[in-house]
Design a binder for this molecule. Structure first.
Ligand SMILES: Nc1ncnc2c1ncn2[C@@H]1O[C@H](COP(=O)(O)OP(=O)(O)OP(=O)(O)O)[C@@H](O)[C@H]1O
Length: 248
């Protein structure tokens, strides 16, 4: 008997941008960008304004392209919006853009109610999830009284509890102290999710199997983390030296 063709959603890690044009304000951020992202660990690097956050906004369905399409694990981000949260979760660069609820447990529970859990079950699961990580004391804490780095941790926990197949982490190390950075790096290494990380701290993506260097909405380099990070760092050194020369 012929076997049915498996749906595209069965592909474990598959994100495709097909000839995507994105305009934000009056800025053409991407023009005809085509990308296939299947590796388990992918880093995004590049100057401020290169398009890293915009790429995450497209993949998570927050922004829609003016042309082309974005397909995440078989879900078209425009046509299948309701399915998308199962497949992809975005941790914002600024936790205050993500957090809605006054307490940590409520914020985590929201990730579950958004996926159909009852409020009571979601609250209990949130408390259990925190307790499993030795963070039971955080459950009732007011988010507004946490530090920026702690709020970032809450955002990551809120993503992890809902277990999307792909995590998009926008500068997750930016506000963390060194020990917290090391903890997060170890956590990411141990995770079996597909994880895309945008960062200016190159050491955190240096060993990734794939890193994209974005420059003004285009892919300037794409390859193993070590090669791409070294090429970008060299380019930055050259530009900094040229600037020093001009000001001398
Ligand atoms: N809310 C917005 N409205 C209009 N244009 C925007 C908006 N946010 C970003 N842009 C533009 O989109 C382009 C890409 O910005 P994006 O935030 O994606 O860059 P980035 O690589 O994430 O930068 P950073 O390293 O500073 O976070 C920039 O030219 C920026 O001016």
């Amino acid at each position: 008997m012929p076997q049915p063709t498996p749906p595209e959603t069965s592909s474990p890690h598959s994100i495709r941008l097909e000839a995507v044009t994105l305009v934000r304000g009056n800025q053409h951020v991407f023009e005809g960008l085509t990308l296939s992202l299947q590796e388990t660990r992918i880093g995004l690097i590049g100057d401020n304004g290169a398009g890293k956050s915009s790429l995450f906004r497209l993949i998570s369905g927050l922004d829609q392209p003016q042309q082309g399409r974005v397909v995440v694990h078989g879900c078209d981000t425009q046509a299948d919006r309701r399915q998308l949260s199962k497949h992809v979760g975005l941790m914002f660069q600024n936790p205050d853009d993500q957090i809605i609820f006054p307490t940590v447990a409520e914020e985590l529970a929201f990730s579950l109610t958004a996926r159909g859990e009852t409020r009571q079950a979601a609250r209990q699961q949130a408390r259990d999830f925190l307790a499993q990580r030795g963070l039971e004391a955080w459950a009732g804490r007011a988010v507004g009284e946490l530090s920026q780095g702690q709020r970032q941790q809450v955002c990551l926990l809120a993503l992890q509890i809902s277990e999307p197949a792909t995590l998009l982490l926008d500068e997750p190390f930016a506000s963390l102290d060194l020990l917290s950075q090391a903890r997060l790096a170890a956590q990411l290494e141990a995770s079996d999710h597909q994880i895309l990380v945008s960062t200016h701290l190159l050491e955190h993506v240096y060993d990734f199997e794939r890193v994209l260097w974005l420059e003004q909405g285009k892919v300037r380099a794409d390859g193993p983390g070590r090669e791409v990070c070294e090429a970008y760092a060299e380019n930055v050194r050259e530009r900094a030296a040229a600037e020093r020369g001009r000001h001398a």
